[in-house]
Design a protein around this ligand. Structure first.
Ligand code: GLN
Length: 326
């Protein structure tokens, strides 16, 4: 007969109990801030959106917001920057709220193994993008929002205001129009997907909303605060709002882990070990479920379009704290 029930294995005294040794986040952030200095100018600031090229490369900020509301911050953690593709996380959250699993009929859940702005898979995969965090997938997500809201970008701005409690958050018109004038590639993608019937709104409507959502400006503390619902079973600690049920929050975090840093996602998970979403403005937002959210900003990018010093800093954070999802 099968034995059922609960047994306790007595671990030896040297077994680690993570909850008992909370790291000194502020000291670790300050150490990272000092050590990262030589890396801050090693990357390349995105210049295919001319307004972004104006941001000084040496800026660096990093903030952890713990689930109890404690903020640990260093450097330019309170200076706002263009969140760019980090907006894809918030847009996907809203679309997932609206459609639930039906969202996955229109966008996949697999890493693409291609650049964030690649078109190649769209032809063979009949206009269904691999995941919501590459540009093609994000355009489908924005299409969902454009169908539901008169101003998709306004819905998104209001969403991040509620998540952070920062009523003055908005998108930067100059960055949005700068991208709109250089959006040939994203336009091509939108029209291509429309040809497969995977856009329901006019491509130009979707492109305009997409460029505005990418131009939302937030700082590291605000971004980390905004992502806390993912670390907190789907409930936003600032407003108490139930953003997603716990299972959906877990699933969205899983997507960040596998797809949030584009074709570098494997390397990122190996080095950092946290679900994350990056943007070409130089921000990376990551989550440690049950514990905290962390955001780093350094505008210099690596070849994959992820912040070079940002990835390094997060790698040091999880190595020095011994914390990750693994
Ligand atoms: N707005 C940018 C684009 O569509 C966002 C890209 C990114 O941050 N990876 O190209």
């Amino acid at each position: 007969m099968l034995q059922t029930g609960c047994a306790i294995i007595a671990f030896p005294a040297h077994a680690r109990h993570p909850s008992m040794d909370k790291p000194d986040y502020q000291a670790i952030l300050e150490q990272i801030h000092r050590d990262i200095a030589p890396w801050r100018t090693a990357g390349r600031v995105a210049d295919y959106i001319p307004e972004l090229a104006k941001v000084p490369a040496e800026r660096f900020g990093m903030a952890i917001v713990a689930l109890d509301g404690t903020v640990y911050a260093v450097g330019d953690a309170r200076e706002r920057f263009s969140i760019q593709s980090i907006s894809k996380l918030f847009a996907c959250t809203l679309a997932f709220q609206l459609l639930g699993d039906a969202l996955w009929d229109r966008v996949g859940r697999e890493p693409s193994g291609n650049a964030f702005n690649s078109l190649v898979q769209l032809e063979t995969e009949r206009g269904k993008p691999r995941n919501p965090f590459i540009n093609a997938g994000a355009l489908v997500v924005t299409d969902v929002l454009c169908r539901r809201f008169v101003g998709a970008e306004t819905a998104l701005v209001q969403f991040v205001r509620r998540l952070t409690g920062a009523a003055d958050l908005d998108y930067d018109l100059r960055v949005a129009s700068s991208e709109l004038q250089h959006a040939a590639r994203n336009r091509a993608m939108a029209h291509f997907m429309a040809s497969f019937g995977n856009l329901q709104m006019p491509p130009e409507t979707v492109i305009e909303a997409y460029c505005r959502q990418c131009a939302i400006e937030m700082n590291c503390v605000e971004l980390a605060t905004a992502a806390l619902f993912l670390a907190n079973g789907g409930v936003a600690p600032v407003s108490g709002e139930h953003i997603l049920d716990a299972s959906s929050a877990k699933r969205l975090s899983a997507l960040m882990l596998t797809c949030g840093t584009y074709d570098a996602a494997g390397d990122f998970v190996y080095r950092v070990g946290l679900p994350a979403k990056s943007g070409v403005g130089g921000g990376i937002l990551a989550v440690l479920p049950g514990e905290m959210a962390v955001c780093v900003w350094s505008p210099g990018l690596d070849a994959n379009g992820n912040s070079l010093a940002g990835v390094k800093s997060l790698e040091w954070l999880t190595t020095r704290t011994g914390q990750s999802i693994f």
